[in-house]
Design a protein around this ligand. Structure first.
Ligand code: FES
Length: 119
């Protein structure tokens, strides 16, 4: 959903401005660092997703380099599949944190929080 800054319901207090939407390449991840948190951002069609960039398998900073396929990003190291909509592993439990995203005036904002331990 695209909001404008005129939207009275737009509350970006807890969000961090990351980039312009048009700077994202379709289905190609981009890494951002917000405080101590690495964030992997993906654009798929009209949607933008933000996940923690650290793969829980070997605690590697790598998710932004993954291949996007059928609503998931595949870790390029060993192929674990994380759902873009919520960061959860496609098979089994656990996953990576996912962050709420808003698009306002063509900019991407994410509500990033410190890591929850999901493994
Ligand atoms: S490091 Fe990601 S699947 Fe192994």
């Amino acid at each position: 959903m695209t909001l404008t800054s005129d939207d009275m319901n737009t509350d970006l207090n807890e969000f961090t401005k990351l980039c312009r939407v048009d700077s994202l390449v379709e289905k190609r991840g981009k890494k951002f660092v917000v405080g101590e948190v690495e964030v992997a951002v993906f654009k798929v069609g009209e949607n933008v997703y933000a996940l923690n960039n650290i793969c829980p398998h070997q605690h590697t900073s790598i998710i932004s380099e993954g291949v996007v396929e059928k609503g998931c990003v595949l870790c390029p190291a060993h192929g674990w599949e994380f759902q873009l909509k919520n960061g959860k592993l496609k098979y089994g439990g656990g996953g990576v944190d996912s962050y709420e995203v808003k698009i306002v005036d063509d900019f991407v904002y994410a509500k990033v929080f410190e890591k929850k331990l999901n493994w």
